[in-house]
Design a binder for this molecule. Structure first.
Ligand code: CAA
Length: 382
């Protein structure tokens, strides 16, 4: 077993680290306060290959492997979690889904623009009444005599929804068939029948714009179907498997940012005549933070390695996401506690890390859903 990274992987990590520290981190607080979408930075990430890390060069990407994606995501999330949310949806949920399931024409039309950072992509699965229970969707796509589909319905909590041009949409084409009656479509947000709702006011990742979208007699052509009709649910699930590696990486980045800030603080801050890092209670927290971060990183690398080898990685991605997101929540909580009043203040980034970490336990499958996926695999029972 080789734990070293390749030159290419280290190179993209370095590019991501540099952009994150020089361009993203300095404005993270402002973006958090204003909630302004960081379009300029997203374009910069695209120009540097970070919006299509696993996308082959012929479609405008960096042609790297899933491990390179993990390393780059961690760096961007350390700089600002909201940027890494936008990056993960573009890479994992949008480009990855089309690369795996799309036609040559779809790859040329949709993937290149996103991978190069010229446009933003989004993934529309969740609805107001269906989150974890994704097959309970109501959005309908009704086939017309000429082979086109008429789409009506609402999707909610759409990351990058207010600014995205292209969407991977999941809609029910045959409600009698349940999961097997769902079809995936590629949607152009500039076409008639597509509407955006209000932007959600969120606890964290505030600069990653999120909104509801609505379809009112939107017409999708047969060539807009992604994969085969009726295969949409499997596409959604397999795309989310890859997405969960991205969210695990994001959680590690947030956790590392909080950990590094805490390490510096415990050496500097004094109480009862010594640095607070010399107290055993603080040392125990530091040791546990380090263990949780290392475990999350290694589990995420395992899932990414399996993906890169073309092997099944559903369970390993769920294990990585569950471990990393719960580690990020615990670490940011402890970091805030160690910083005391300063941690609670907006003058330091700790409270932002704490707010940002929470979403990693919710989106792309809650911690409860990850446990369900893992336990179903382990027991064979459901
Ligand atoms: N890969 C491929 N196919 C899969 C799969 C996977 N990982 N998991 C399930 N399937 C297939 C099954 O084999 C089955 O196929 P057959 O009909 O041929 O047998 C079909 O899908 C249905 O599977 P289940 O019976 O297991 O489905 P279920 O209704 O019990 O649901 C679930 C399973 C795991 C709970 C699933 O609904 C799930 O993951 N829910 C969470 C949804 C989620 O993560 N939402 C996040 C929203 S997106 C987001 O957050 C993006 C963002 O903006 C950041």
């Amino acid at each position: 077993m080789d734990f070293s990274f390749t030159e290419e992987q280290l190179m993209i990590q370095d590019v991501a680290r540099r952009i994150a520290q020089e361009k993203i981190a300095p404005s993270a607080e402002d973006h958090d306060r204003s909630g302004e979408f960081p379009l300029e930075n997203i374009r910069l990430l695209g120009e540097n290959g970070l919006m299509g890390i696993e996308v082959p060069g012929e479609y405008g990407g960096a042609a790297m492997d899933p491990i390179a994606y993990v390393l780059a995501m961690i760096e961007i999330a350390k700089g600002d979690a909201a940027h890494s949310t936008i990056m993960s949806v573009n890479n994992s949920l949008f480009c990855n889904g089309i690369l795996t399931h799309g036609s040559e024409a779809q790859k040329q039309e949709y993937v290149r623009a996103i991978a190069e950072g010229r446009e933003i992509g989004a993934f529309a699965l969740t609805e107001p009444q269906s989150g974890s229970d994704a097959t309970a969707m109501r959005c309908r796509a009704v086939k017309q005599a000429d082979g086109s589909f008429r789409i009506n319905g609402k999707k909610s909590w759409i990351t990058s929804g207010p600014v995205a041009k292209y969407f991977v949409l999941f809609a029910m084409t045959d409600p009698d068939k349940g999961a097997r009656g769902i079809t995936a479509f590629l949607i152009d947000g500039d076409r008639a029948g597509f509407h955006r709702g209000k932007t959600e006011p969120k606890l964290g990742i505030r600069a990653s714009a999120t909104c509801e979208i609505e379809f009112a007699d939107y017409v999708a052509q047969p060539e807009d179907v992604l994969g085969e009709e009726g295969h949409g649910f499997k596409i959604a699930m397999s795309v989310l498997d890859a997405g969960r590696i991205g969210i695990a990486s994001q959680a590690i980045g947030i956790g590392r940012a909080a950990y590094e800030a805490t390490l510096a603080y415990v050496k500097e801050r004094k109480a009862f005549g010594q640095p607070i890092g010399a107290f055993q209670m603080t040392q125990a927290k530091i040791a546990d933070m380090k263990c949780k971060l290392d475990a999350a990183f290694l589990l995420t690398l395992r899932a990414a390695w399996l993906k890169g080898q073309g092997k099944k990685f559903t369970t390993e991605a769920a294990v990585a996401k569950l471990t990393a997101s719960e580690a990020a929540m615990w670490i940011t909580h402890q970091a805030l506690q160690i910083h005391g009043g300063m941690g609670y203040s907006k003058e330091m980034p700790i409270e932002r890390y704490f707010r940002d970490a929470k979403i990693t336990e919710i989106y792309e499958g809650t911690s409860e859903i990850q446990r369900l996926v893992i336990a179903r695999h382990e027991t064979g029972l459901r």
